[in-house]
Write a protein that binds this ligand. Sequence first.
Ligand SMILES: *Cc1c(COP(=O)(O)O)cnc(C)c1O
Length: 483
Amino acid sequence: MPKTIFEHSSEGRRGVRLPTREIDTPLQDLIPAQYHRKHPARLPEVSEMDVMRHYIKLSHCNYFIEKGMYPLGSCTMKYNPKIHETLVHNSCFANLHPYQPESTLQGALELLYELQEDLAEISGMAKVSLQPAAGAQGEFTGIKIISAYHKAKGNLHKTKVIIPDSAHGTNPATCKLVGYDVVELKSNSAGRCDIARLRDLVDENTAGFMLTNPNTLGLFETQIEEIAEIMHSVDALLYLDGANLNALLGIVQPGKIGFDIMHFNLHKTFSTPHGGGGPGAGPVGVVEKLVPYLPVPIISKEQDNYLLDYAHEATSIGKVHTFYGNFAVLVRAYIYIKMLGAEGLRRISENAIINANYLKTLLRNTYHIQHQEYCMHEFVADGSKQKKEHGVNTMDIAKRLLDKGFHAPTVYFPLIIPEAMMIEPTETENLESLNAFAQAMKEIAQEAKENPELLHEAPLSTPVRRVDDARAVKELDPIFKIK
Ligand SMILES: *Cc1c(COP(=O)(O)O)cnc(C)c1O
């Protein structure tokens, strides 16, 4: 491990020296005596160079997309154009205050309005709210809207939401939080919604169905129209978990094929550096009949004037975030969409799909892949063969990838594939990096055969070796002790 900044400290060393001579009154004379320190602050005494080297060194201990491929399935860890950062930080956006009068915020409101409209166009939904701060909060907002819809219609007997067994954990968590019972739908052998089972589960008490498409196996759910019909026959709503929208841009408009409501993960599909808990934005789009329940305010345009619109406040679920949502993430998504345009967005999804299929083909003779058909923007391979033949599991493989300079894929998810490795290369990786990743995966399979012990020990080259995950969460101190 690199030293802490305190361990670099040397008495009297300074990065900046304040021009003391030019100050007439010494600072301590200006501050009442009772506030003076009795002892100097325990701050590290370091030079500017010490600080630079320290933080550069720390950054090298981390892993990030600028360092190498980050094929974390479902998370869409694509390259984030640096122009976003320049515009977010340097433009007048950074100096706006949310309490300014609307008339002085017209540029910001225009941007939000345009983003709202662009997302509606991309998704085929009638209206979008930009407020939710993450995918999970978008889900919460969406299920609250479903609940408000049923309440308004007097559908008080509707108590359950159906969710496939391949779903992300946030889906059932969200439904519980809103007060619904969760009913699990087992996937069929093709890795998709089992329509016959779905028909059995649906009844008058069904409030909605939450579906991810493409699903977490990277497979497109082809029977959406039929599923929508089943749901609508009992006045239940069809919710799309839009985390995998990176596969659909310019190809499928969810609002046009039967989905009633969806969330976007702007930080995934529309590019904001994310991970480690944020920042994000999870706008929600709805069909016409759900517009009255969207959070307030939405951004409206009247003639040439943009405004915060509270018109539907009486029916709205309320506010889910302060002010405008996570504004800087919204600015990045806006820039991204405007830079790419309709054609560019479609190219993103096409290339994301091509890259995933290329990589899947390279790996299919080395690792077991349950669903061999063409995938969308990601696929699930697994370590079941390596486990059975050499006693090496997916965690060992994932840890060894770190030694080879790659971030690991999403592992042990979805839960329905034992030893799962969910691989999403994204459109921003080129042929050479896809080949290098496949090469590393093949080398690891070879090592599993010849030297399984090595894989149990991996990673060997990272600043922190394999930790006890549960202990690492509960007892931070023993690992990151600051002297
Ligand atoms: C990432 C993800 C979520 C949750 O989104 P956050 O923005 O992380 O809150 C939900 N569902 C799926 C399928 C995801 O990949």
